[in-house]
Write a protein that binds this ligand. Structure first.
Ligand SMILES: [Zn+2]
Length: 304
């Protein structure tokens, strides 16, 4: 009787496990976000660094990079499920372009619920709180900083601004060398993982150093262009999203049809794109935070 019960429980548990949907991968993996925010810290002004350290949770120990993957960790949590749609933008299939009014909505058609909408929103929250500490006590500014830092990373991952029909590459099954995976996951994690193993002695800090060196040497003339927003705007994520869908078409989707096996040729030609996007995300997040926090005025305490 006892054994029968155990067997029944095992069967029920197995059925329950099979019913739980496999979560879609929704952003640069942990390494990508960590790298982006490590680069950001290098470019923060004194004022911005001061403000960021005030807002970071104690668990971060003053390190912004420690909380840059937080938004992914909580999105399966009941209280944060609303934030799932904020990690990406779905654009019309094969158009290879992006328009805020047309594309920035969730799957229910609710406007502004996409990664660029979220970047505007959290920038506004931080900026208005910084400018006028009394009026916005309702915002949780610690969360606003952690969301903003994550989403600026996400909008630079080309397949976070992908086609609607394949869920940004999530439904395109491919092989990465011998491993079966999907195209979105290749761009979130696999290219970075393979680069770490092949070129960086499996040490993320060496990879980050190499990207930082590229920023100060190879890309030094581009940095002011990356940082710039027209009309003196604090943030301009629509440009970053347009770049991403364009790179998605030129590099991510190209020669990566369902069932294809991606190996050295794909890896070696796409890795420079990934490294440049990590650099741009890092530099731009710093520029945004520097523009938000332009003086040492007190910041409203977060509401947690
Ligand atoms: Zn994400």
């Amino acid at each position: 009787m006892g054994e029968w019960h155990n067997l029944m429980w095992n069967v029920i548990l197995l059925i329950l496990l099979l019913l739980i949907p496999v979560p879609a991968v929704l952003s640069w993996g942990k390494e990508g976000h960590y790298a982006t925010c490590k680069i950001t810290q290098e470019y923060l002004s004194e004022d911005a660094l001061f403000a960021v350290k005030q807002l970071l949770p104690d668990s971060a120990e003053g390190d912004l990079a420690a909380v840059c993957a937080w938004a992914d960790e909580v999105r399966h949590n009941y209280h944060f499920r609303w934030s799932s749609a904020l990690h990406y933008i779905d654009t019309p299939d094969f158009k290879c372009n992006y328009e805020y009014c047309r594309d920035c909505h969730d799957s229910y058609g609710h406007k502004h619920r996409c990664v660029t909408g979220a970047i505007y929103n959290y920038t506004m929250q931080l900026k208005s709180a910084y400018a006028n500490s009394a009026s916005v006590l309702s915002y949780n500014l610690t969360e606003a900083l952690m969301f903003l830092s994550h989403f600026v990373g996400d909008v630079h991952q080309p397949l976070h601004v992908g086609f609607t029909g394949d869920l940004g590459g999530n439904s395109i099954t491919v092989r990465w060398y011998r491993r079966k995976t999907n195209l979105h996951h290749v761009w979130d994690d696999m290219i970075i993982d393979s680069a770490l193993k092949t070129f960086y002695d499996s040490d993320l800090s060496i990879m980050i150093q190499a990207i930082k060196r590229n920023i100060t040497e190879t890309w030094s003339n581009d940095v002011p262009v990356w940082e710039h927003c027209a009309h003196n705007y604090t943030v301009c994520p629509d440009g970053y999203a347009s770049e991403s869908i364009s790179l998605a078409c030129k590099f991510a989707y190209k020669n990566a049809t369902p069932g294809s096996t991606l190996k050295d040729e794909y890896f070696l030609s796409r890795l420079p794109v990934v490294e440049k996007r990590l650099a741009q995300g890092g530099v731009r997040l710093a520029a945004i935070l520097n523009r938000i926090f332009t003086s040492k005025a007190p910041i409203a305490q977060s509401s947690i």
